[in-house]
Structures are given as structure tokens and as C-alpha cells.
Design a protein. Structure first.
Length: 583
């Protein structure tokens, strides 16, 4: 959906299913689900992989996390299993390397398949086996499993694969790295020979080719983003990336904006929903932000663009589709809330800054799993993206002190201080004039910082690949342990801890009955807990927020005290119910 730049064209339909997805042959219920999620157009891997998969062909796809590959195989899988005759046992099996991915993919199947009433079950180690057995017995359409646990169930005869019609091997290179090659062969042996098989892998070394050769029939091969971005189109702006665990991305965006304090910036995200949510969040913390996406009418978009051009708005939060074709003035910062799914999109996004020799900065917030995508972009654009730590609370303090000094200096330069000299003189009778000045500067500083309680944002800097490479080189047995921890296949806990891991305490989760919809940010929760319960915010663990509620990891022994303290206070003006969260 392009907008013209002279604003005379008739508005495109405000809403309607994405023509891009419809052209791939997806049915109305799936299109409706994508529309509800705010997806505006298919990513390259989706454009290439969906039609052959819908046609029932096998597929060998090279795509990393963040390219939209999950939807690329889930959407056709859902459409096909509803079209094929329903069978009692799972019709589809998706094998993934880790429990986190099993949970994520199962969530994706649920999300895209909402309207199709598809039952999905993630199975992975560490989870109690009882509920898995119960659900398997009742019958599920799609099983998403780590190989070890799938094999466990097959051996116990609790997972029957003889009716499976579609198998997906996701992140196959990772599964092989973790030593699952034999398990994969054993599992696939249990499935019918006439099944459809798709294999996705971020890399295509010979051992992947070998496994593809063994298990795929005449696969369509899809490789995305091989060609280098055209010479001369590569960006020449300062490029920085912050690797941040997913639950802390919003806080990281806030911190980045606080540090940059841009007067004209574009914030890009993938979906319309994200655009709306982030815009609300940014407005809630006092930024002059406006949303622009394909779900808006031309009139709405014109209004937003006018405000941005005239400087009334500092931040424009946009999807790629909305920004394409827009006549956007030069901006000082482009901030990517996600790594774009294709390098071309990255180049296009950051081309909005650093134009005609002007200063420009491109900042990308990256989830740990998306680091490979970042490296692809570096390779293809032949440019360097610095991976840095998210600015700390101390960095922010330094920055605010700098701003304070600059504004005091401006005030000195502007003069007209007579009225205030009187006050200074009367205060100086009792106090050292330096103390008087420091106190006044403190007030300016506090006014600049808006009195926000700030929390440290964890940076996930260790690259996963490097970590597993190290364990392979230095400790032959640690690979198994690393694998068990990732798949959960021997560990006791179903969820890995994210966020800080400094505290040795056992952590428990608190459920707070308010979330993003109430304008609450992770920083507000940390601030409220730290202030009200009088504890060091560093003892807190991961924070997860949805629109309606929030989950905060706290040391078990402090849970009662925190519940008590929060029940006596308000968070962002809201009285909230807090309880221990039981999964
Ligand atoms: P994946 O590469 O499958 O891990 O997907 C990365 C992220 O992109 C997920 O959060 C998806 O919800 C999102 N996503 C996938 N396809 C699209 C699309 N066509 N438009 C916008 N977001 C998408």
C-alpha cells in the first residue's frame, strides 16, 4: 500500500486482507488471523516457501530466525491439515532443537490457527509427562517436539506417528549440532513414507544436504538473501545494535531514546499491532510519538505526516509497508525495534538517515536469537554494525548531567538573571554559593529526568553459536549438558531463566493484574517494587508484560514482603492485585 507524495490520490482501502498473503493461496481464515496480528505483507521466505508447501511439495529452506520462517511453514501446514482428511493421531510433527523454540512454535501454531480450531501440543524435556500423556490421548493435530522427548514418547508408545502427513525439521543445523542426527533418523522412520517434509536451516553445510537427501523427496530449494546489496546503496551511517532478551526490548527502546533524545526519529517495527502498542508506550512516557501503518486511512496518514514534517511530532513509529513510498524528511535516528526480516528492508529503513552528508545513526534492538540475521546484514551490506551494551543507568545519569550542564550554560548565556540573583544572595548569607548552585542544578537535573525509577537492562551479549563452539572445543562432555539444558530433557525446570542470573536465590513469579494497557512499563514495575519494598532492583529477575497483566520474577523469600508492599501502593495511578503466579 503506497501513498503518493502529493496527497491527491484516493485513499486505499483502510483495511482488508493483505493482497500479498492472499496471492500466495492462503485461505480466508488464515488471512483473517494475519490481519488481526497486523502483518502487512509476506516476508521473502514466506513468499517463496508458502506456495510450494501448499501444493504439497517437499522443501529445503535456508532461513535464520527472524526471517518469518515459522509462519512460512506453519501457515501452509495449517491449511493442509484442515483440508486433508482428519485422522485420530497427530497429522503434523514439527521437530525443533530447544524447549524455548518448542513453546514458541506451538504458540505460533495457536496464533495463526485460532480460527481453524487446531489442537497443538509442545513436548519437551523437563515438563511433567502426565499432562502430555493426557493431551496426547485426547488427540492433537500438531505436535511440536524436541527430538529426545519425542523419541521417549515413541518408545513408550504414547506418540503414534503413523498418520503423520507433514513433518517439519526446524533449525536442522542446530539439531545436528546438538547431536540429534540419529534421533531424527529414528523418529522419521516412524512416519509414513508418503508424508510431506520441510527442512529449515540457517546454514547449509554438507551434513544438512545429507539429511535432506535421506528424508526429502525432490525438494524445492529456497535460499533467501544471497545476493549482495547493490554497491553504492550500502548505508554510511553509524550503526549500532543492542542484544537484549525479548522481555526487556521495550525498556531498551526507552533507554535508547532517553540517551539519544532525538527530535526526529523513525522507529520501525514489524506489525501494525506493535506500531500501535509502542506508540502508546512512548506517548505514555512523555514522547511526542505518532503511529503510521497500513491499517490507517489516507486522511489519518496525511495528518500524521504533516505533524512529523512540521516538527510537532518527534517520533514516527512505522511498519515497512507504511514507510515505503512516503516522502519522509531526513531524520537523525532510525531505530529498529526488530531486525528486519530481509537485508534489503534494513538498507531501506536506515537510508532515511545520514542523507547528503548529514549525521545519522541507525540503532537496532536485537533478540539473542536474531544475531545471525544481523551478521547476514553486515555481510550483504559490507558494513559494520557495532554490538554494544544497552546504556546503563549510570550512562543515562551522565547523559542527563550533560544535558543539565548544557541547559544551565544556555541560561547563563541568555542572561537576564537579576530576579534570581536576589534569591542567590539571600541564600548565600547562610550557605556556600557553590552549594546553592549545586542545589539549583540538582533541581534542573531532576526535572530533566522526570523522576523516573530506572532499572538496569540486561544485555545478552554472548553469541549462542560462539558459546556452543567453546563448549565443543574445551570440554567434550559439556556439550551434552548444554544440550540437556536447552532441550530441558534432563533438567527439572520447564522454563529457562531469562534476565539476570546473578542471584543464587530460588525465584518465583508474581502476577500483577495490570499490564501495558494500563500504560505500565517494565521500569515502572521495577521502580515500584524497589521503592515500595525497599529492595535493590538487581535482585529482580525477568519481567514479562502483556496488555492485561505482568509477571515479575522475584526471590522466593521476598515474595510475601513485595506482595504486601505493592498492595498498599499504586503503580502509575492504578491500584493492582498482586499474587504468586502458579504455572
Ligand atoms: P521467525 O523468523 O519465524 O522467528 O519470526 C520472527 C518474527 O516476525 C515473529 O515475531 C513473527 O511474529 C514476525 N513475523 C513473521 N512474519 C511476519 C510478517 N509477514 N509481517 C510482520 N511480522 C512477521
Amino acid at each position: 500500500m503506497k501513498t503518493d507524495t502529493n496527497h491527491t490520490q484516493i485513499a486505499p482501502p483502510a483495511r482488508g486482507f493483505s493482497p500479498g498473503f492472499a496471492a500466495l493461496g492462503l485461505e480466508a481464515k488464515l488471512l483473517a488471523a494475519l490481519d488481526a496480528l497486523g502483518y502487512e505483507e509476506p516476508t521473502p521466505i514466506q513468499r517463496e516457501a508458502i506456495p510450494p508447501l501448499l501444493a504439497g511439495q517437499d522443501l529445503l529452506g535456508q532461513a535464520a530466525t527472524g526471517t518469518g520462517k515459522t509462519a512460512a511453514f506453519t501457515l501452509p501446514l495449517l491449511q493442509r491439515i484442515t483440508q486433508l482428511a482428519r485422522r485420530p493421531h497427530p497429522s503434523a510433527l514439527i521437530l525443533v532443537p530447544t524447549r524455548e523454540l518448542a513453546i514458541q512454535v506451538a504458540e505460533a501454531v495457536n496464533r495463526y490457527g485460532k480460527e481453524l480450531r487446531i489442537a497443538v501440543l509442545p513436548i519437551y524435556g523437563g515438563q511433567a509427562i502426565g499432562p502430555q500423556l493426557h493431551t496426547l490421548k485426547r488427540g492433537v493435530d500438531v505436535v511440536v517436539a524436541t527430538p529426545g522427548r519425542a523419541l521417549d514418547h515413541i518408545r513408550r508408545n504414547t506418540l503414534q506417528l503413523k498418520h503423520v502427513q507433514i513433518v517439519v525439521l526446524d533449525e536442522a543445523d542446530e539439531m545436528l549440532d546438538m547431536g540429534f542426527a540419529d534421533d531424527l533418523d529414528a523418529i522419521l522412520e516412524q512416519t509414513p513414507g508418503e508424508r510431506q517434509t520441510a527442512l529449515f536451516s540457517a546454514t547449509m553445510p554438507p551434513r544438512i544436504a545429507a539429511i535432506a537427501h535421506r528424508h526429502l523427496k525432490d525438494p524445492v530449494e529456497v535460499t533467501i538473501a544471497r545476493e549482495t546489496v547493490r554497491a553504492g546503496t550500502a548505508p554510511r551511517v553509524r550503526q549500532t545494535a543492542y542484544v537484549v532478551p525479548r522481555p526487556h526490548k521495550v525498556a531498551a527502546l526507552g533507554r535508547v531514546l532517553d540517551m539519544a533524545s532525538p527530535t526526529s526519529a523513525l522507529v520501525f517495527c514489524r506489525t501494525r499491532l506493535e506500531v500501535d502498542e509502542l506508540t502508546e508506550m512512548l506517548k505514555g512516557r512523555g514522547s511526542r510519538a505518532e503511529a503510521i501503518h497500513g491499517g490507517m486511512t489516507q486522511v489519518q496518514r496525511d495528518r500524521v505526516m504533516k505533524a512529523f514534517r512540521s516538527g510537532k511530532t518527534d517520533l514516527l513509529v512505522a511498519t515497512d509497508v507504511a514507510a515505503r513510498g512516503l516522502d519522509i524528511p531526513h531524520v537523525s535516528h532510525v531505530i529498529n525495534f526488530d531486525v528486519p526480516s530481509a537485508p534489503e528492508a534494513y538498507v531501506h529503513r536506515i537510508g532515511r538517515t545520514g542523507r547528503a552528508g548529514r549525521e545519522g545513526a541507525a540503532i537496532t534492538i536485537v533478540e539473542p536469537r536474531e544475531q545471525r540475521l544481523l551478521r547476514n546484514i553486515e555481510q550483504l551490506t559490507k558494513s559494520k554494525i557495532d554490538v554494544a551494551n544497552v546504556p546503563s543507568v549510570a550512562d543515562l545519569k551522565v547523559k542527563r548531567l550533560e544535558l543539565t550542564r548544557a541547559s544551565v550554560q544556555d541560561a547563563l548565556a541568555a542572561g537576564e538573571l537579576d530576579l534570581f540573583q536576589v534569591v542567590v544572595e539571600s541564600l548565600a548569607e547562610k550557605h556556600d554559593p557553590r552549594d546553592v548552585a549545586a542545589a539549583a542544578i540538582k533541581l534542573v537535573y531532576q526535572a530533566n529526568g522526570e523522576g523516573r525509577a530506572e532499572a538496569e537492562i540486561p544485555t545478552a551479549s554472548a553469541r549462542r553459536e560462539d558459546a556452543s563452539e567453546m563448549s565443543r572445543r574445551h570440554a567434550p562432555h559439556s556439550m551434552d549438558r548444554a544440550r540437556d539444558a536447552k532441550t530441558g530433557e534432563r533438567s527439572g525446570s520447564p522454563y529457562g531463566r531469562t534476565g539476570r542470573s546473578a542471584s543464587p536465590s530460588t525465584m518465583t513469579k508474581l502476577h500483577i493484574a495490570a499490564g501495558r494497557a494500563a500504560g505500565i512499563r517494565p521500569g515502572d514495575l521495577v521502580g515500584a517494587i524497589a521503592n515500595e519494598a525497599g529492595l535493590d532492583s538487581r535482585v529482580l529477575g525477568a519481567i514479562e508484560m502483556t496488555d492485561k497483566f505482568s509477571l515479575v520474577e522475584v526471590p522466593e523469600e521476598m515474595a510475601d514482603g513485595i506482595i504486601d508492599a505493592l498492595s498498599r501502593t499504586r503503580i502509575k495511578g492504578h491500584k493492582v492485585a498482586v499474587r504468586v503466579y502458579r504455572q
